[in-house]
Design a protein around this ligand. Sequence first.
Ligand code: ZN
Length: 230
Amino acid sequence: MKNKKAVVLLSGGLDSTTNMAIAKEMKFDIYALSFRYGQRNSPELEMAKNTALKFGAKEHKIIDINLASFGGSALTDNIDVPKNKGDQIDGSVIPVTYVPARNLVFLSLATAYAEVLGAWDIFIGVNALDYSGYPDCRPEFIAAFQKTANLATKAGLSQKNQIKIHTPLIHLKKSEIIKKGDALGVDYSKTLTCYDPTPEGLACGQCDSCVLRRNGFREAGIPDPTKYVR
Ligand code: ZN
């Protein structure tokens, strides 16, 4: 079978890297898409470049969209990243690390890229479990977006094919994502998930994302290769 093209959103974090490994396993030709959106966590883009190379992406686009120009999130604005929340990471309150409509923006651009490529498949590593309750990570959002993408594009009107949004991680726990990626040969030392890393790319070890990642490795019974500040 001839390879099919897929646009794969890639932040350089644990989830998006595993998501790419799954797209590769499914024998898609990978067209990676990353964003420099004004995030604190910019060392992750260096990880993303390496990951795209490692998985043999046909192309890796890094697009500048400065979401920091209106801020509104601890990841893009002068708001402290919450640390050491302990048991409060339960998804009942949407935390300040939520970036307004980020996945809506990212998926819209991924759809445009897919249409230009003639690709029908888009992969995004969103996860509705073990996460912080972000509204743009929910299955109902993804289903609604897929419908929108097909209504909004010339490609979607062709009726021969339909754009499909793949979310292979959406119902997995963090430890299940790690086990899956480990089995597919993902080197998690080459991923960065921290919301507030040092400029050298060390993880803080205390933000929600670091805590979920640490717990995920522990629960999976796989050594955590992450370099933490402490
Ligand atoms: Zn952190």
